[in-house]
Design a protein around this ligand. Sequence first.
Ligand SMILES: Nc1ncnc2c1ncn2[C@@H]1O[C@H](COP(=O)(O)OP(=O)(O)OP(=O)(O)O)[C@@H](O)[C@H]1O
Ligand SMILES: CC(=O)N[C@H]1[C@@H]2OC[C@@H](O2)[C@@H](O)[C@@H]1O[C@H](C)C(=O)O
Length: 380
Amino acid sequence: MLRTIGLMSGTSLDGVDAAWVETDGEAIGRIGPALTLPYPPALRGDLRRLLDLAPGLLSGDPFLAACVERLTRHHAEAVERLRDLTPEGVDLIGFHGQTILHRPAPARPGRNATRADQGLSPPGFTWQVGDARLLAGLTGVSVAHDFRSADVAAGGQGAPLVPVVHAALAAALPKPLAVLNLGGVGNVTWIGVDGGLIAFDTGPANGPIDDWVRASAGLDYDENGRLALAGRPDEAMLARLLEHPYLAAPPPKSLDRLDFTRAIAAAGLGRLSPADGAATLAAFCARCVAAALRHLPAPPRQWLVGGGGRRNPAIMQALAAALPQPVHPAESAGWDGDALEALAFGVLAARTVRRLPLTFPGTTGVAAPLPGGRLTGALL
Ligand SMILES: Nc1ncnc2c1ncn2[C@@H]1O[C@H](COP(=O)(O)OP(=O)(O)OP(=O)(O)O)[C@@H](O)[C@H]1O
Ligand SMILES: CC(=O)N[C@H]1[C@@H]2OC[C@@H](O2)[C@@H](O)[C@@H]1O[C@H](C)C(=O)O
């Protein structure tokens, strides 16, 4: 078993999540402490700007380089703080970095061969930033990183990556099971009775809510759904949003954080009060999950929800209303719903060392199970 620290900086840009876990990449041993190191407002603002600039950025851009160094130093700080909480050592870091652009290959019909295999289109593009060599130097620990590119180069979506870890965590739970992550974007992992995996991004989750409450009410996020619970979803707008072709498209499929921005603006969100807008977007997040049900091979026995969205009662109530199956926070299975993604990158780091597959036909649409990630440091 390797003693790992997994690091994730998600699409919400709230901070770096870090988690300690002992794993050989297949089994999960002891799970240690976890923490979130929030970004200081100046760095968060610059990262937000970087994401907006990403479509036109060149890899040598000086603003990009400065952001990457600050981002990486912040990750190193998260590692040091977690080490202070962990008497155990650490052999390996799993460093996701920050996704600044995600343009996977377009969704294709069927799951048996990738578009690239069929010669239908070139592979897509995904861009995570972070300096693995600097992180290894600052921490003195080997770093696994660049988890998505091999999959995208092979014609896969490059996301989601956590499903294989959800399956390991859920080994003893009744199946079929659905594990839902509600971050900036939502993603679901369905685990069948035979352990088969189907996974994809369900739709927007907290990202549009954060953007809306920032613009309309000057808030960073809708804490405990206070604003949404004071408003009413606009059903006509919801109906329009639910016609978005992404929701009907069969998996594999994945999203960039901004993929729904235009559709949401075009639906007329700006006409609503801050509370009704927040209520509509919380309901939209839940209805996107309900729209995902039709793409699952069989109804799950329950939904386990991780990520910041499980702390928004407006989302959780809308999920319970929209889904026929019981919906529970990840904690009901004994998991830390804030640390799941960070923990997953520790496990994926160990899988990188052992050259075990990270992605599968059912998760990213890649033609066959595919290893991924790269290593920097002594374990090379
Ligand atoms: N108490 C709370 N009440 C309401 N919303 C919350 C609360 N805590 C967190 N959130 C929401 O959760 C978001 C962060 O979720 P999370 O950390 O799971 O996202 P992420 O990992 O950045 O995104 P992704 O999984 O898409 O990469 C915040 O931006 C906020 O919108
Ligand atoms: C390209 C990218 O960074 N995607 C993220 C994002 O955040 C949630 C969802 O969209 C998911 O597909 C993915 O992250 C998780 C960790 C994953 O790959 O499983």
